[in-house]
Design a protein around this ligand. Structure first.
Ligand code: FES
Length: 149
């Protein structure tokens, strides 16, 4: 009997990325602004001035609109251009995690990464790892129930 070929699940991921992260679209200091890791992929990148701007409501909206996963990328501790924005994100992230749990979403669908500004490949690397993680988790239960995709 012939094995049925399975079409690989292509997750929809929203990446909220601090513009000061090396390798982000908005960062010219990183030297790789022309090579966005998100071009041509299934990742929708949202550039923010600081990870501290990404409130839990943004995360919930992304899931409600059909995302299978959400990643927030900010500057590592001590490198936030607005002093404590990344520290605020660490606190808000706990709230976001609790809210997605209430919605019935698995914790692996949400990730926070605080990246060293000098590591120009970090953004690409963590995004690829996250895509792989979400691919394993499969389509979001919200998408399956709500018909957003
Ligand atoms: S400026 Fe990047 S996390 Fe605040």
């Amino acid at each position: 009997m012939k094995k049925k070929s399975r079409v690989e699940f292509s997750p929809r991921v929203v990446a909220f990325v601090c513009k000061w992260c090396s390798g982000s679209d908005g960062n010219s200091e990183g030297g790789s602004a022309k090579k966005s890791p998100f071009k041509g992929s299934q990742v929708s990148s949202v550039s923010v001035m600081c990870s501290g701007r990404v409130q839990p409501g943004f995360v919930l909206s992304a899931f409600e609109l059909g995302a299978d996963g959400v990643i927030i990328c900010g500057c590592e501790r001590g490198s936030c251009h607005y002093s404590t924005g990344n520290e605020q994100q660490l606190e808000m992230f706990e709230t976001s995690k609790n809210l997605i749990k209430i919605l019935g979403l698995e914790p692996e669908r949400l990730k926070l990464e605080l990246l060293p500004p000098q590591d120009t490949g970090a953004l690409n690397r963590v995004t690829e790892e996250f895509l792989s993680q979400v691919r394993k988790a499969g389509p979001s239960p919200l998408r399956r129930q709500g018909g957003n995709g």
